[in-house]
Design a protein around this ligand. Sequence first.
Ligand code: HEM
Length: 345
Amino acid sequence: MAIDERLGLSGLAYPVPAHANGIGYILGGISFFGFVILATTGIWLAQFYHATPEAARGSVLYIERAAPLGDWVRGVHFWTANIVMATVLLHLGRVFATGSYKRPREVNWLIGLGLLAVTLGLVFTGTVLKWDQEGFEALGHNVEVGGLLGAFGFWFSADFTASLPILGRLYIAHIVILPGLGALLLIAHFLLVKVHGISALPAEADAAAAGGPAPARGGSTFMVHLVRMLGFGFLIGAVSLVLTLIWAPPLGPAPVPGEEVTKPPWMFLPIYPFEDWFGLGALLWVPAILFGGLALLPFVDRSPFRSMRRRRFVIAIGAVVAIGLIGMGILAAVSATQSHLVEGM
Ligand code: HEM
């Protein structure tokens, strides 16, 4: 076919196992299409957003009230970001539950952790950009963490350069540095998924590890998988649009320096009680313990078995940590707001 001769699309019809099309194994692909929606809507928002402390919040109001399709595009960007955060965490949970971080996928697990950090960084910087009370307090935490990092925290400090307010640098992080890093990590992530193939179902992998038959590699094709991912991508877009119409993304009052009256977005809430109990240092050591523990996982849990009943200890620890974090998040949501910032920005 003439088109195929030029674009080589039939090369996408290589075999993948049928279970790759199940919802658990498609969460990474859904996250990817979510990022495509975020990039597209983000480019539109960038036409109207103004990254200076004086004009930032006003330009968000302009997007809401005057820019063509501005309120819809902002809403879809906001809701898709929340959905992607959830699908990335669920994807991590699936990879954990099915033991897919084990040999030979240890490096791809680490690359995945890098992608998780980038995703959190994008949500964080995005929150600051709207420059309302919540965004301003988030920036306050950013600056405090910079202080805790000592000489290594220079980039997070408002004093790094006198020529550009820190908001401008966080904007560059949001639209250039983090998306660029994310794109590089995604390319490596996808290449390794292609090299290793999607992991076999745990029961089949365990049978093979015990000397049984090797798991079948076919059953579906990547083209079918891709179309399914695309379908879910459109679904995310549609759900985000409906959510926008029901519940427009928030824009709080103009910031008042020295006040601390908001709580962070839901993905950061589990750290909030630790900040209440142990102070701002918790912003460093809680994520360090969580990311460190996740990074060590494939090198500690080295048995060839992947089904849950043969990994009871690891599954139990994972469940305790996940339930603990959800519990902390709920506790933070229902407890009174507290002041943590030292300098009060
Ligand atoms: C931006 C976020 C991410 C995207 C877009 C993404 C995308 C993908 C895609 C498309 C796959 C193919 C299979 C699937 O969808 O389940 C995959 C597999 C994988 N991902 Fe991710 N991923 C992301 C984050 C993560 C995170 C946070 C981790 C874990 C720390 C991770 C670890 C893995 C591993 C180990 C595989 C191979 C799984 C297997 O073969 O069963 N990824 N990823």
